[in-house]
Write a protein that binds this ligand. Structure first.
Ligand code: SF4
Length: 195
């Protein structure tokens, strides 16, 4: 897609990210750090979103602003280049799908609809989406879907609710009845509504 600049990520996270990637972005901003799986999953998501290698390095360098250049260069620069296929096996790693994030362990920065407690999930939903029109009146429907273990359905419903100002209705999913299967699909579909 179009190239995304490091300084655009805060705004994009607020408007377009699914809850999994929003929570990683939010933790990164709060803690000035992210654990291994968070860095991996979020880094690959940002690559597919459209950050070039230079913008990705700029993004992570600025985000880890309590770290020395030396530590950043030694511990993180290689891994970022690696995830772009520029080091090691030079594999072009794909960003993880919902299926992979749903089946990964709770400590592996997976899907919050699956891994968060009901209390934490509701708090996260309101922090992430109240600026996009979600209210506490929307929570019972989402939580009932989560309770029935239909996690990606809950995520799809949240997409519909937060894009209803564009005329998106229940059952239309991310458009054309398609449901959420990948965090990058979620973000790309959301960005299309704003074009
Ligand atoms: Fe992320 Fe997929 Fe879970 Fe939505 S259903 S929060 S896109 S992993």
């Amino acid at each position: 897609g179009d190239e995304i600049k490091a300084e655009m990520v805060d705004e994009l996270a607020k408007k377009h990210f699914p809850l999994c990637m929003w929570t990683l972005h939010n933790s990164l901003r709060r803690d000035h750090h992210l654990k291994h799986f968070g860095r991996l999953n979020y880094g690959l998501f940002l690559k597919v979103l459209g950050l070039s290698i230079d913008e990705a390095i700029a993004f992570w360098r600025k985000s880890f602003d309590r770290m020395t250049d030396d530590k950043f260069n030694k511990e993180h620069k290689y891994n970022i280049r690696h995830s772009f296929g520029l080091e090691g096996k030079r594999a072009n790693y794909a960003a993880k799908s919902c299926m992979q994030l749903l089946t990964s362990g709770p400590s592996e920065a997976g899907c919050p609809y699956r891994h968060y407690s009901p209390e934490n999930l509701q708090t996260a939903l309101l922090s992430a989406y109240s600026s996009r029109g979600l209210t506490s009146a929307d929570l019972p429907e989402i939580m009932a879907t989560v309770k029935a273990a239909h996690y990606h359905v809950a995520c799809t419903r949240v997409f519909e609710m937060t894009h209803s100002t564009f005329g998106l209705k229940k059952g239309e999913g991310v458009g054309g009845g398609e449901s959420v299967t990948h965090p990058n699909q979620y973000a790309a579909k959301s960005m299309e509504f704003y074009k």
